[in-house]
Design a protein around this ligand. Sequence first.
Ligand code: NAG
Ligand code: NAG
Ligand code: NAG
Ligand code: ZN
Length: 459
Amino acid sequence: MPETKPVQYGFSGYPFRKLSLIFLSILFLVVATTADDSSFPSSNTWRPHHSKKLTKPVVLLISSDGFRFGYQFKTETPNIDLLISRGTEAQTGLIPVFPSMTFPNHYSIATGLYPAYHGIIMNKFTDPVTGERFKRNLDPKWWLGEPLWVTATNQGLKAATYFWPGSDVPKGSWTCPKGFCKAPYNGSVPLEERVDTILSYFDLPQSEIPDFMTLYLEETDLQGHKYGPDDPRVTEAVANTDKMIGRVIKGLKKRKVFGDVHVILLGDHGMVTNCDKKVIYIDDLADWIKIPADWIQDYSPVLVMNPRWGKDVKNPGEKNAELVAKMNEVLSSGKVENGEFLKVYLKDKLPKRLHYSESSRIPPIIGMVGEGLLVRQNRTNVQECSGDHGYDNMFFSMRSIFIGHGPRFRRGKKVPSFENVQIYNVVAEILGLRPAPNNGSSLFTRSLLRPSGKTAQLE
Ligand SMILES: *[C@@H]1O[C@H](CO)[C@@H](O)[C@H](O)[C@H]1NC(C)=O
Ligand SMILES: *[C@@H]1O[C@H](CO)[C@@H](O)[C@H](O)[C@H]1NC(C)=O
Ligand SMILES: *[C@@H]1O[C@H](CO)[C@@H](O)[C@H](O)[C@H]1NC(C)=O
Ligand SMILES: [Zn+2]
């Protein structure tokens, strides 16, 4: 009788040899998939520097205002595609903060704070407590939190800004220095000139090159507002924005620093079509409830109300709650045209996910307007189709793009969508800065960035 080999069995009934093979393959898989983070070069790894012109981390943060997520599929965008294929992209776009407006969002990107905490709660607003009006004011008292250019200069780095909202406000060590702080905003300055100014900083001696730079482009927003997002002129603006990104890439390559610079391309919010058939008229509520026009500070895409009850009213908070309840009752009754698309809240009762209550600057009553709808007082100003943003940040149409390219960003990587308050920590981490308190998660940077020091290993 031939000798039978004793067969050893592992815990799950597999022969032991088979089991160790499985372990080995798992080990191999683990090693292979983490190789990206280790010192093994692979096709998916950031390649060694071709030059060592820059031996310090540099971040160039580019905003294309109103670049709705998906615009990159409207037309050929070879330059944006290059950043995407060799960088890290938010696969289904960057989520703006509420309200999805330009000033609140640019300043949330810069500070990592929700608008309630950084103070720029709308593009324009009246402080309900002091009665003062904010409209692009430069007084630092309006601009709370610590934007990246302040964090950088406070910690001994250099910064340069080009038209970024809030960047011309003196704060901390940031004085908005001439030559490195382009302001005030002037839409007539050609985009080429803005790009070339940024590129010229790379011609400075290394110690003079700003560690952190911002660049602001607005063509997608302008055309989107004027004609709505689905217009050939928006497609044209997208193509032109891509050309500007191409100009950045070409200029950096010419200076042999393209592989060294962290280029972040993003937008502040998206854009949606609104039309004259999709309007809620406040006057239509008048049969049930009278709302004085001067109680309304803003109509849409966010309805903002600050009721001025008479001196005889002892508990205005109670009256506000009654007003909200009555308005919602009428709006949902089916008797007001499009009424179902407006829901009114006491600010403390807004959905928590909006983080839009903890500021005395936010007026007591906020109306959330349906996607693409408008609120008007009456039918006198008939308006045709155009585009707008500012709506609930939950709407997909309000999303913008996020692409990070450069040494610390993984190549060809897609990450799930995230809120733009995370970006502050990401930039701080790249630049080796101590972040100020903010609403981003300190763990988030790990999902976006490779550990520091790896790039040096690769060289
Ligand atoms: C805005 O920029 C244009 C083009 O560079 C320039 O001619 C104009 O003087 C600038 N306006 C202001 C107010 O600086
Ligand atoms: C319509 O509303 C506007 C404010 O939005 C107001 O100035 C105008 O007087 C109103 N017209 C009528 C006829 O009520
Ligand atoms: C946002 O950050 C500020 C500053 O750290 C903090 O005071 C606030 O509680 C945070 N809010 C949320 C919703 O995390
Ligand atoms: Zn904008």
